[in-house]
Design a binder for this molecule. Structure first.
Ligand code: HAM
Length: 393
């Protein structure tokens, strides 16, 4: 999260906090034929008889907020938080999952598409992931897409009998979704289907070329995948997805996004282009594990208080040291001195502060090095904070 905030913060994106639930109509804009809307929404009626849904993603809410409050453009935002989809839960596919993402409203500039993609790429780089690949595609404008969908419909209708039953049902609602099918029966027909990239208008083709040239210029590697379709209907022109090669192919999409130039107008704002992405935090962490990019977890505390008196010294000392800005923990349940020292070792703290009856009587404390040679010194309690600070520097 902090790394993401730093990467996008360096590009002037400001944090927004979209609501966890909305009127269901807001999410229906994601496309009535999409799985997300048809099957995966957690929708319920509230006490006022309104139909409410938990957010399956956050783009719709950010754009709804934009339409409602009309901030100045370019409106550059980022967000982080949970989303809910009623899916068959399995590794990497959860019913509650976290995303971090950005949304920008205003510019139509293809360099902005490249900026967002580059920020996501730099984020993965900063995490230390090396086996992430970027796929890009253009879905053209709404008109290009209309022509393309017609061509697809003709292609699939001509071979309707060969399609799987599910795809025949999808075909009626949205022929583009048939391209998503991984079913054995459909593979041949999907492979032979016309390509969107061959149906782009000049304007859309130029836009896409400018995006890829900008990615070349900043050195972000990508593969153009004309078969890339995303699971939401608001996309036009640029779409992209990040795949983690260290994960199983069925759940290896660690992030995705694209342009949604028509969405703001659909939500009641004047025509305003938009572009953004969301990265799946859970899957990104699985990819980090699979690539072994995280170092051993850092210790949660620097100082461990060992109290061999009646336990009251630890109550007071932990509070005093924490108030002085130190990270401090202690053991519980009146354990023996030996058990407390084992707990101190397990905590991975750098220093132990030990108080026994002798120290208490003389107003002293023993500071022991838990990492280096285990050396120790006895110090006056009044000087303890300064000494700990100096030793931790
Ligand atoms: P999405 O592709 O549906 O796009 O989700 C983005 C990412 O969220 C996926 O690549 C994946 O990593 C993660 N994700 C989705 N569903 C699950 C799940 N059930 N379990 C775990 N992770 C999951 C969007 O949500 C768009 N709003 C992205 C966007 C922003 N487009 C434009 N702006």
């Amino acid at each position: 999260m902090e790394v993401f905030a730093e990467v996008v913060g360096s590009a002037g994106y400001l944090e927004v906090v979209p609501p966890i639930f909305e009127h269901i109509e807001v999410f229906q804009r994601l496309g009535p034929a999409t799985d997300v809307v048809r099957k995966e929404m957690y929708a319920f009626e509230d006490k006022g008889g309104r139909t409410i849904a938990l957010r399956p993603e956050q783009t719709a809410s950010v754009v709804r907020g934009f339409a409602e409050h009309r901030p100045a453009v370019p409106y550059k935002t980022w967000y982080a938080g949970p989303n809910f989809r009623y899916e068959r839960a399995q590794k990497g596919r959860f019913r509650q999952f976290d995303q971090v993402g950005v949304e920008v409203l205003g510019p139509y500039d293809p360099h902005l598409d490249a900026e967002t993609i580059t920020l996501a790429w730099r984020f993965y780089e900063r995490l230390g992931l090396r086996r992430v690949t970027l796929l890009v595609n253009s879905l053209g404008s709404a008109e290009d897409r209309g022509r393309y969908v017609d061509a697809l419909r003709v292609h699939f209708e001509e071979n309707r009998d060969a399609l799987s039953e599910e795809s025949r049902a999808t075909l009626a609602a949205n022929p583009m979704r048939v391209l998503d099918s991984k079913r054995e029966a459909d593979i041949e027909l999907v492979d032979a289907a016309p390509l969107m990239l061959d149906h782009l208008s000049d304007d859309s083709a130029e836009h896409f070329t400018a995006v890829t040239e900008a990615l070349d210029a900043v050195g972000v590697p990508y593969t153009v995948n004309p078969r890339l379709v995303r699971g939401l209907d608001y996309y036009v022109r640029t779409t992209f997805e990040f795949a983690a090669d260290a994960l199983d192919a069925s759940q290896n999409a660690v992030g995705g996004g694209g342009r949604y130039d028509g969405l703001a107008a659909e939500m009641g704002a004047p025509e305003t282009p938009g572009v953004g992405f969301a990265l799946g935090v859970d899957r990104t962490l699985l990819a980090c594990d699979a690539e072994g990019v995280f170092a051993a977890p850092a210790s949660a505390v620097d100082v461990f208080v060992v109290d061999a008196t009646d336990g009251t010294e630890a109550v007071v000392l932990t509070d005093r040291l924490r108030s002085a800005g130190l990270r401090v923990d202690r053991a519980w349940d009146g354990r023996s001195m030996k058990a407390q020292m084992r707990a101190a070792d397990r905590s991975a703290a750098v220093l132990a502060v030990i108080i026994g009856e002798d120290e208490r009587a003389s107003g002293m404390a023993t500071v022991r090095d838990l990492r280096g040679d285990g050396g120790q010194e006895t110090v006056e309690i009044g000087q303890l904070t300064d000494i700990l600070r100096a030793r931790l520097r």
